[in-house]
Design a protein around this ligand. Structure first.
Ligand code: IDP
Length: 140
């Protein structure tokens, strides 16, 4: 096992905020031992979302995804901890709430509510490069 203190970008997506799950999601993150370095609530505009999801442009789910992410406020979190990039993704669970394991944020909280797969409550950066790029986008 290696140790590496990292930072990652976590987003509580509009479904998480609308369903009053911000506290529950933050509780799980803090209980795991990660540190909230910075946190802001904002309504993301299309330009920010287009940059954030640039790798998915052109895919069939891109437009519904951007529309969903524009649909309400998002909580953006700069999160720090030992191997937090991989660790938070493990805490979040699989992308599709239907197959996300029990014990994960998506597995426990998204299954019966997110009727569409994009409604999976949270985002977490998937690599150190993505984390750096996404943190710069959302926190400047
Ligand atoms: P991740 O959020 O688990 O890293 P990505 O593959 O990066 O998953 O996809 C970004 C987001 O796009 C997902 O969280 C989900 O909201 C949405 N998404 C991914 N694949 C699909 C799909 O096949 N249909 C609809 N939405 C999708």
């Amino acid at each position: 096992m290696t140790t590496a203190v990292e930072e990652t970008l976590v987003l509580i997506k509009p479904d998480g905020v609308a369903r009053n799950l911000t506290g529950e999601i933050l509780r799980r993150i803090e209980a795991k031992g990660y540190s909230l370095v910075d946190l802001r609530m904002l309504q993301a505009d299309r330009d920010l979302l287009a940059q954030h999801y640039a790798e998915h442009e052109g895919k069939p789910f891109y437009e519904p995804l951007v529309e969903f992410m524009e649909s309400g406020p998002i909580v953006a979190i700069r999160l720090a901890g030992n191997r937090v990039i991989e660790g938070f993704r493990s805490l979040a669970g699989a992308t599709d709430p239907t197959t996300a394991l029990p014990g994960t944020i998506r597995g426990d909280l998204a299954r019966d509510w997110g009727l569409k797969v994009q409604q999976n409550l949270v985002h977490g950066s998937d690599s150190p490069e993505s984390a750096q790029r996404e943190l710069a986008l959302w926190f400047g």
